[in-house]
Design a protein around this ligand. Sequence first.
Ligand code: PAF
Length: 281
Amino acid sequence: MKVLKNIEETREEIIQVKKIGQRVGFVPTMGYLHKGHLSLVEKAVKENDYVAVSVFVNPTQFGPDEDYDRYPRAIKRDEKLLRKRGVDLLFYPHVQEMYPADYCTYVQVEELTETLCGASRPGHFQGVTTIVNKLFNIVGPDRAYFGQKDGQQFLIIEKMIKDLNMGVKVVPCPTVREEDGLALSSRNKYLDSRERRAATILYRTLQMVKERIDSGERDGLKIKKAMEDMVAREKLARLDYAAIVDRRNLKQVEKVKGPMMAALAVFIGDTRLIDNIWLEV
Ligand code: PAF
């Protein structure tokens, strides 16, 4: 596996790979890899001739009071895990390589970024779409792999690719969970043992939504209220948002019908966790 930090070297490597007709799969990450990331990597290795993974904790997607500085980093461990999975290239740039001092260009998807996490974290998705664009321009992937755990991020990136005619196929990968249902996330590391137990509230709430819909409930506002009430009963939890939205526009629905996403963001202590499930109704 090659480890490159430089944009021009990475671009040159990809030019050579494409010259011999290889299909490039790409997994962008912020590192501190867990089984969720590795499921994306394994899928990419299976489906492509050549696989590139990026590890870059992207400062533009963190708000000023968020956890950019303390976001967990473990590049040596990540490198080992990727090598073992047969990855061809690890792109691991410095912040100055991606955002030099005179940097001033951003990519903004409208509407889909205004709800859910976009409402709670202003500027977050602009940071995500900007870095994903830059990484796509550097790595030139045929396919790019993203986890459904970041459901809104996935739908925004899919829309950006369509709107900007980017010619990258975006591949959704199912959320990987612990045995008790907690979705894997690098931020789970912040939880102490009491918080870790309380964190299952996200999955339990989503299971409740699924059960209600399976038993015929179609009132979106009733379901939203039931989600809020359930989170309120967990002492260590503080709700950021709970919603059941249409996946085409990410707006809260009154009537549950079509491609739906039930999503929530909850603070467990100081740690903000998100989760979602997709439903066809
Ligand atoms: O999902 C993530 O880890 C990040 O948002 C991404 C897509 C790597 C962009 O920094």
